[in-house]
Design a protein around this ligand. Structure first.
Ligand SMILES: [Zn+2]
Length: 181
């Protein structure tokens, strides 16, 4: 269970209520976060406090199944690398998954939808919007250079897309479903 970040809409499915107990949805899984983001989520600032729900998060630690990615080492996973971004929240992790000869990036809240691809369109939720701009620019340039597949978590219409360089900056290229890869 790889958690991009611990905002309720990105981790709430990891814990289920069973009577008055909170249990892990996947009782044999390891749950992956990182130490900086865990601290950020469990000692939240007033701005993000409403997005970090203790009932979504603390059972992971209580279960003994919580693991942290080492922030100073390569990805511990064979099948994917990790792009770290701290403009939305501290140390969000974007998995860049090797799949069918492509790199599929689960872009979480770095790029919630196709509409967020142009650089100035940054979410009001972001804690460090100017840092998001830099991180988007770096990520999108690489995505256009290497023809990455962007897989969206929040876009109700577009499941996946590729991007391309244009005179106006990086823009959407083709839109498709993951099953079409
Ligand atoms: Zn978020």
């Amino acid at each position: 269970m790889f958690l991009t970040h611990l905002h309720f809409d990105h981790c709430g499915g990891g814990v289920v209520r069973n009577g008055d107990k909170l249990e892990l949805t996947f009782p044999k899984a390891k749950y992956w976060s990182n130490s900086d983001h865990w601290k950020w989520a469990t000692e939240p600032n007033a701005r993000e406090k409403a997005s970090f729900l203790k009932e979504n998060i603390l059972p992971m630690k209580d279960s003994g199944q919580l693991e942290f990615v080492d922030l100073h080492q390569e990805s511990p996973f064979q099948s994917f690398d990790i792009f770290f971004a701290s403009g939305h929240t501290d140390k969000m992790m974007i998995p860049m998954i090797k799949y069918k000869g492509r790199t599929v990036c689960f872009v979480a809240d770095l790029l919630p939808s196709v509409g967020h691809i142009p650089l100035p369109y940054v979410m009001g939720y972001d804690t460090r919007p100017l840092l998001t701009l830099e991180e988007k620019e770096r990520f999108l340039k690489e995505a256009a250079d290497f023809n990455y597949v962007l897989f969206f978590e929040h876009d109700p219409i577009n499941e996946c897309c590729t991007v391309k360089h244009t005179d106006k900056g990086v823009r959407v290229d083709s839109v498709f479903k993951l099953s079409e890869l």
